[in-house]
Design a protein around this ligand. Structure first.
Ligand SMILES: [Zn+2]
Length: 135
């Protein structure tokens, strides 16, 4: 039996499809509902380490490198710490800074709750192939 690893040589890479996917996904869509924070239903501000929970506004920075199919949230700020822009936009990386409200949702299968992002409002966005930030 041939495993998945043995298949790639005889198939074209689905690069074309991936580019189409990227074009129709907005920062709002990709961040809404994304899980964030700790099992204690808190997030800590990257700037001042204050705790934030359900119903509070946060500002999150997320990025995706050209070859990476997934977005990664690396920073989460409180209202006092965010400067609401992308400080050093990077060529070859899609970046977004967005305001969002923390919401608690039930993960019924696992009988637990988790924080997620709702009411996402992108503040700044830096496209993949541009080394600048646009509003
Ligand atoms: Zn802070």
């Amino acid at each position: 039996m041939i495993g998945e690893h043995g298949h790639s040589w005889d198939r074209p890479k689905p690069d074309h499809d991936r580019r189409q996917d990227a074009a129709v996904t907005t920062p709002r869509q990709l961040l809404t509902g994304l899980g964030i924070g700790l099992a204690t239903l808190e997030v800590h501000c990257t700037g001042c380490n204050c705790r934030m929970g359900e119903g509070e506004m946060v500002w999150v920075y997320a990025y995706r490198a050209a070859e990476d199919p997934e977005w990664t949230i690396t920073r989460c700020f409180c209202a006092a710490c965010t400067d609401r822009r992308i400080e050093t936009p990077t060529l070859g990386t899609s970046e977004v800074l967005a305001a969002a409200r923390l919401n608690v949702r039930s993960v019924v299968d696992e009988q637990r709750h988790e924080l997620c992002l709702t009411h996402v409002e992108p503040c700044a966005f830096s496209p993949l192939m541009e080394g600048y930030s646009c509003e």
